[in-house]
Design a protein around this ligand. Structure first.
Ligand code: TXE
Length: 498
């Protein structure tokens, strides 16, 4: 029996999972072995599904949608399933966090906090299921009454990445299910375990068979086939901008499925001289180190007023040096392992490029060898100029670039000097500056004197090349609906042919 508490240890052998389709576990014909990025040992085996497995899952989701076993329920009944799911997640919190740590490499205390957030997502989703409604028009004259119905889009395909396997899933699933849609999920091949576990949890909570299905496997085969599937009505994709672009092509070339996209970010954090510099430095250190910077809303560019730049960077570097990097199963760890070998090489490559392009390394910069895992110390570069690759590209690792500005105009222009627009923050004690910057920076999520705060009541999503649409809250559930205009004649209709 595995122990999921603070004394958690590695499993003796990798745990084997099936895939989840039409309400039950199915056996995979070939398996993918996942090694813990923090420990280097095999921890899970998940199926390499075939396109036939995917087609069967889509067919199950289609049946479950068309016979109205889910969409036909009162919102209160869907809400009850979502609330029971939240209860089961509360009970199984430490176990889900454990598998998340072993496949992803994130620290156990962070993973547990994420599951708490997921529980909140299901509770907010339950509220959304009951509150979802359309509109009416009582202004069309005495002979006509108009209603706008919100109807579920249908079968949704959901493709998720490896950085927040369960959190990103739970920022979408409760809202997809609240709308009455059914879903086929394709998680990242390296972090599929917790997405699979949600199948049996939703089933225990009372979700009918076929409402939630998971097919595991590679992006190139299963992911691509899902994006091209003619019987999928909508696709929600979170991942790289390049695969996001291929989703747009696949949708156009198949059935014009509706798309929701959450893609990359290169998020600015603007620090004015009148801010509390300790607070801002703490926010910047957290913003770049949380989830080892493998986070779409990581604040990877700090834009600091020149008059305090040196002082600020000293405070920030001192804080970054105190961050506890290490074994993700230890509760004191703040920064765990880099999730994949490929990502580890990408991040180290950018650290080399930063040095080669002439930026000054102020903190970190080195990889750590901690007994079989792959770790990178949170890194700060100063003297970064807008043309450098560390200034422009989404590194997706704990590498922060510092820029300096003299005027508010310059700060806003540096902040907006990116193809992305996912998140941003500003630090100042001056309300006028805070509001001007909030209005002028183009980003879907914005924080003033804080960072990464918020809950599933608030919408998530990006401007510019960071994506299309919004997830979570009432905005999120509405994305999974389409509106129908209904016109009702009152009394006798005037005849066209007299
Ligand atoms: O992402 P991919 P990767 C960025 C980050 C990172 C880079 C590459 O910069 O360095 O992307 O990461 C599935 N059709 N982000 O390669 O490939 C894949 O199996 C359909 C930012 O892991 O986009 C997985 O389930 N699906 C991002 C999902 O897409 C395909 C989070 C994401 O993988 C597919 C992750 C295809 N052709 C990476 N190819 C963020 N901003 O949150 C792959 N997939």
């Amino acid at each position: 029996m595995l122990d999921f508490t603070d004394r958690a240890t590695l499993p003796d052998a990798p745990r084997e999972f099936g895939f989840w389709s039409d309400g039950s576990w199915r056996k995979g014909r070939a398996m993918f072995e996942r090694r813990s990025p923090g420990h280097g040992v095999a921890v899970t085996l998940t199926p390499k599904c075939t396109v036939d497995d995917l087609n069967a899952a889509v067919a199950a989701a289609r049946r479950a949608f068309e016979d109205r076993r889910w969409a036909g329920l009162p919102g209160a009944d869907r809400a009850a399933v979502l609330l029971r799911t939240a209860d089961i997640l509360r009970r199984r919190r430490d176990e889900i966090a454990y598998w998340e740590v072993l496949e992803n490499g994130k620290p156990i205390s962070q993973a547990r906090g994420e599951i708490d957030h997921c529980i909140a997502c299901f509770e907010v989703g339950a509220g959304a299921a009951r509150l979802l409604h359309g509109d009416s028009f009582n202004s069309l004259g005495d002979n006509l009454f108009g209603m706008v119905l919100r109807e579920p889009v249908g079968v949704v395909g959901l493709i998720t990445p490896w950085n927040f396997p369960f959190l990103i899933l739970c920022e979408r699933i409760p809202f997809i299910l609240a709308s009455g849609c059914t879903v086929v999920v394709k998680p990242s091949e390296v972090t599929s375990a917790t997405t699979l576990l949600l199948g049996e949890i939703l089933s225990e909570a009372g979700a009918p068979d076929g409402v939630y299905n998971v097919v595991t496997g590679s992006g190139r085969t299963i992911g691509q086939a899902l994006t091209e599937h003619p019987d999928v009505d909508m696709l929600s994709f979170t991942g790289s901008t390049s695969v996001g672009r291929s989703c747009v092509h696949a949708a156009a070339d198949s059935n014009f499925k509706k798309l929701g996209l959450e893609l990359g970010g290169k998020n600015p954090i603007i620090v004015f001289a009148d801010s509390d510099l300790e607070d801002a430095a703490d926010g910047a250190a957290f913003g770049i180190s949380f989830n080892t910077g493998q986070c779409c809303v990581s604040s990877s560019r700090v834009i600091v007023e020149r008059s305090v730049a040196r002082e600020f960077e000293e405070i920030l570097a001192a804080k970054m040096a105190k961050i506890v990097v290490g074994d993700p199963l230890q509760t004191k760890t703040q920064v765990g392992a880099i999730t994949t070998d490929a990502q580890n090489s990408i991040i180290l490559g950018y650290i080399d490029k930063g040095k080669a392009e002439g930026a000054t390394l102020v903190a970190g910069g080195q990889a750590l060898d901690l007994g079989g895992g792959q770790y990178i110390v949170p890194t700060l570069f100063s003297g970064v100029t807008p043309a450098m690759s560390i200034a422009r590209d989404e590194i997706f690792g704990p590498v922060l670039s510092s820029f300096h500005f003299d005027t508010l105009e310059e700060a806003v222009s540096l902040a907006n000097d990116t193809v992305y627009g996912l998140a941003a923050s500003v630090w100042t004690k001056n309300i006028d500056k805070a509001l001007v910057v909030t209005r002028r920076v183009r980003a879907g999520r914005f924080w003033v004197n804080t960072i990464m705060a918020g809950g599933p009541e608030m919408p998530l999503g990006g401007f510019k090349q960071s994506g299309w649409g919004r997830e979570a809250g009432m905005y999120g559930v509405e994305e999974y609906t389409q509106v129908k205009s209904v016109h009702i004649e009152i009394g006798k209709r005037a005849h066209w042919i007299k």
